[in-house]
Design a protein around this ligand. Structure first.
Ligand code: SF4
Length: 229
């Protein structure tokens, strides 16, 4: 965060949470700018990829972000990215707490979390490994299944993942119709049971985020933009 306490914001919009335990709840999304992880299938490439970043990025004070969330009467605030934890989110969290507005974090877990969140969703990425401490802080894990070996590799390399209460298995979006990937998820859940659960980004089926004109068009890598992924 800059000396003036402002955060670089890629977009902010009112929608509902499409993933995880809080799926379906009205949510004010704050998408911070910047991500050093660089996943080849990133679905938020406008936050970091040189081909897609906007010419200018607005820096906004946390108070103004919270005011917007309150105007919409959102049930929760979701801070996502990009990778939000490259920024100091302490003031944003404090202001949310003072406003009695639950604040949730979506992170790769690769960087120290600066702020007190009511809920942490950690989606680890192989291009920048998660910090073990963050896995222990997570309320839920979201594994992106982009190959038949992805789940096994995550659980073998980070066994603590299995101690988190809920571990979602999401097909990587450009492979959501890949029968092998879907079968891998199904079989893993049948073989292992809890804490593993099949997950999906159902807001994309509804185009829910795009219903707010303040959201930016989805800018994905690794897929076909014309086909919507
Ligand atoms: S998927 Fe997330 S962690 Fe990966 S590059 Fe995109 S914003 Fe960063």
């Amino acid at each position: 965060m800059s000396a003036h306490g402002k955060l670089p914001i890629y977009e902010q919009f009112f929608t509902w949470q499409g993933e995880g335990i809080h799926q379906g709840r009205s949510a004010y999304f704050i998408r911070t700018f910047g991500c050093p992880v660089h996943c080849p299938w990133c679905d938020s490439a406008g936050t970091w990829h040189p081909d897609f970043v906007p010419k200018t990025i607005e820096k906004i004070h946390p108070k103004d972000l919270i005011d917007n969330a309150q105007k919409h009467n959102a049930s929760i605030v979701v801070v996502t990215g990009g990778e939000p934890t490259i920024h100091d989110l302490n003031e944003l969290c404090t202001l949310c707490s003072e406003a009695n507005l639950p604040i949730h974090l979506e992170t790769s877990g690769a960087f120290e979390i600066k702020g007190q969140f009511d809920w942490i969703t950690l989606s680890p990425k192989e291009w920048k490994s998660p910090i073990l401490k963050n896995i222990h802080l997570a309320n839920e894990i979201k594994l992106i299944v982009d190959s038949n070996s992805a789940i096994k590799q995550w659980v073998e390399n980070f066994p603590d993942i299995a101690d988190v209460e809920t571990v979602w298995l999401h097909p990587e979006w450009s492979k959501r119709n890949d029968a092998d990937i879907l079968d891998t998820i199904t079989q893993w859940i049948k073989d292992h049971g809890d804490p593993y659960r099949a997950g999906y980004q159902i807001h994309k089926l509804f185009s829910a985020d795009q219903k707010d004109s303040h959201s930016k068009p989805n800018v994905p890598l690794g897929g076909d933009i014309k086909l919507g992924f």
